[in-house]
Design a protein around this ligand. Structure first.
Ligand code: COA
Length: 326
């Protein structure tokens, strides 16, 4: 079997801002209830960044923890890809701010904007550098301050989102070219720009010059989610050469408990293989997958060598899935 270079996750980190907002807290500002939110979404609380805490600060903390877990230092990092839809500034890219704050040397740094699919897109993009030997130590981060995009009078959206960051260190390692190799084994990315109206932000630099608020047709997004994600999962599994039943852990984007369960059921993954953090974190967009991975590792469920399936769907619409062996 020919030797191949694989992008291997060698460290994982996560960070949540201190302030916790419960469903009862939200019921004091919009016409909702803990019971409604839990029943329809599974969400019980979310974290909210402080006003003076930009998304780069969350990203830096998550990245520090990932580097420590990998036994690497900021000086080793030659590539930073940040998946975010809530950057500190319109430019420069949050990735370059993270690079500066961490004290990484001159290298490659850029953001990926695929909203809730940001981490899946960022990981697949970084693989293009790492698995070609163009990066020896990459940081892939998903970091968001989604609460900054909320219309706090819209109960259909403001209860769903939270802030946080997750990060992984990716390093090249030689594999045998089989599914037993550690590293990213396959992925499938998708986008359909005709579905923009279902989920978007009504502001932007070159339209109205505003930051804007998140707008969503929740039930329409829900309808597309399960079908779209399932197709991408089977495509990623085929790309990796694995059977979905071989997966040890399913780590979905944490939008809604009913979506996670619906997807798991449709693709034939047992409930006990699903990592869910939606109750504690809510939807942290691009941060949700690496945060869930971090949590699964921290509590000892996920172990090195296991086969992981990641998936997400978000504004665009964008969606996708990745298969990797830890
Ligand atoms: N509290 C109480 N009632 C609420 C509510 C809230 N927070 N949000 C909406 N409602 C109401 C609606 O106003 C509507 O009332 P009406 O029938 O009097 O008009 C009713 O609940 C049903 O609304 P609907 O949007 O059809 O509910 P739903 O069962 O689809 O649940 C979501 C709404 C948002 C929870 C659900 O559609 C969803 O999770 N969609 C996916 C969203 C998502 O994950 N997006 C991110 C993807 S990255």
């Amino acid at each position: 079997m020919t030797k191949v270079l694989r992008s291997v996750v060698t460290g994982v980190g996560g960070f949540l801002p201190k302030t916790v907002v419960t469903n009862d807290d939200l019921a004091r500002i919009v016409d909702t209830s803990d019971e409604w939110i839990v029943e329809r979404t599974g969400i019980r609380q979310r974290h909210k960044a402080a006003e003076d805490e930009p998304v780069s600060d969350l990203a830096v903390e998550a990245a520090r923890r990932a580097l420590e877990a990998a036994g690497r230092r900021p000086e080793d990092v030659d590539l930073i890809v940040v998946g975010t839809t809530t950057p500190d500034l319109t430019f420069p890219a949050t990735a370059t701010i993270v690079q500066r704050k961490l004290g990484c040397p001159v290298g490659i740094a850029f953001d990926v904007q695929a909203v809730c699919s940001g981490f899946v897109y960022a990981l697949s993009t970084a693989d293009g550098f790492v698995a070609r030997g163009r990066s020896k130590c990459a940081l892939v981060v998903g970091a968001e301050t989604m609460t900054r995009l909320m219309d706090w009078t819209d109960r259909g959206t403001c209860v769903l989102f939270g802030d946080g960051a997750g990060a992984v260190v990716l390093e090249p390692q030689e594999g045998e070219g089989t599914t037993a190799d550690r590293g990213l084994l396959g992925f499938a990315l998708r986008a359909d720009g005709t579905k923009q109206d279902l989920l978007y932000v009504d502001g932007g630099v070159s339209t109205n010059g505003q930051v804007g608020h998140l707008r969503m047709q929740g039930n329409q997004v829900f309808r597309h989610a399960v079908v779209n994600i399932s197709e991408a999962i089977f495509a990623a599994a085929a790309d990796a050469g694995i059977d979905v039943h071989d997966v040890d852990w399913f780590i979905p984007h944490q939008a809604n408990q009913r979506i996670l369960e619906g997807v798991a059921k449709r693709v034939g993954i047992a409930e006990e293989k699903v990592i869910s953090t939606v109750a504690q974190h809510a939807n942290t967009s691009a941060a949700s997958i690496p945060l869930a991975l971090y949590q699964g590792l921290q509590d000892g469920r996920i172990k090195p060598g296991q086969l992981l399936l990641l998936e997400a769907m978000g504004g665009g619409l964008t969606w996708g899935a990745c298969v990797l062996r830890l």
